[in-house]
Design a protein around this ligand. Structure first.
Ligand SMILES: C[S@@+](CC[C@H](N)C(=O)[O-])C[C@H]1O[C@@H](n2cnc3c(N)ncnc32)[C@H](O)[C@@H]1O
Length: 242
């Protein structure tokens, strides 16, 4: 198993992600733009459900895993995309990828351009994390059991975190065991250098970019009720409505 396969098993749940996108939109969205798509797992699941999807990423190797049904575009999200106004019902920027856009002006320009690409009633969905441990250094293990007696331990490390600039460096490591024996290690499989945008910052920027409202979705079951508490260590999706 290569690092992208391990990533998909350990980090992603395309079914849950697509459920959340449908719920967030609330209608019958058809056209998805998956930004920062990596291996395009969400776009693949979207097309399996009958929708149309474009997956956009800088990394051509990762995009090589997109299926024939997905239209893969190798590009920087900051380039002017070759799509007409209102081309999409949903834009998805997953796994904290909005943090790649570290400057306020850059993130605002991105949000404005994606607002332009969304049809009326469309949504941009991007996630972030925060809370008690957001700027704490440390490493947290999670295990997954796969077919054939395979156990994968993924370790999520906060390697650097600066609460003054909100710049963080996070690293994903994988360890694969079969029937209790170590068969592969992928230390530093993925390294991310992000700005950890707060929810109020993201909401303000989305409204400034022309979105009419923003909701916070802790999971696919729906938006956070007004006044309800978030987990002490939260990871949530922000839903910006065009
Ligand atoms: C954390 S992965 C996200 C993978 C997947 N979307 C998910 O939800 O798990 C981030 C991806 O963003 C891509 N990326 C980073 N900066 C980018 C940019 N400016 N334009 C396009 N893709 C970018 C990287 O190549 C990488 O594949």
């Amino acid at each position: 198993m290569d690092r992208w396969t391990l990533y998909e098993h350990c980090v992603q749940s395309p079914r849950d992600a697509c459920d959340l996108l449908l719920r967030a939109h609330g209608g019958a969205p058809r056209r998805l733009l998956e930004d920062f798509a990596g291996s395009a797992a969400i776009a693949r699941e979207w097309t399996r459900r009958g929708g149309a999807a474009v997956a956009l990423d800088l990394d051509g190797e990762a995009l090589g895993r997109a299926s024939d049904e997905v239209s893969a575009v190798r590009a920087d999200v900051m380039e002017r995309a070759p799509f007409a106004e209102g081309s999409f019902d949903v834009v998805h920027a997953g796994n904290f990828s909005l943090g790649y856009l570290r400057e306020r002006a850059t993130l605002l320009a991105y949000l404005r351009e994606r607002r332009r690409l969304l049809a009326g009633g469309g949504v941009l969905v991007g996630d972030t994390y925060g809370g008690r441990n957001a700027f704490e250094l440390g490493a947290w293990d999670r295990e997954r059991f796969l077919e054939g007696g395979v156990r994968v331990v993924s370790t999520w490390e906060h390697r650097r975190a600066d609460p003054v600039t909100a710049l963080v460096e996070n690293v994903l490591h994988f360890r694969v065991e079969r029937d209790g024996e170590l068969v592969a290690r992928h230390p530093d499989a993925f390294t991310y250098r992000w700005r950890l945008w707060s929810l109020p910052e993201l909401r303000d920027l989305a409204l400034e970019a022309g979105f009419r409202a923003c909701d916070v979705f802790p999971d696919a079951s729906g938006p956070l009720a007004p006044g309800a508490a978030l987990d002490p260590d939260f990871s949530v999706a922000l839903v910006a409505r065009a």
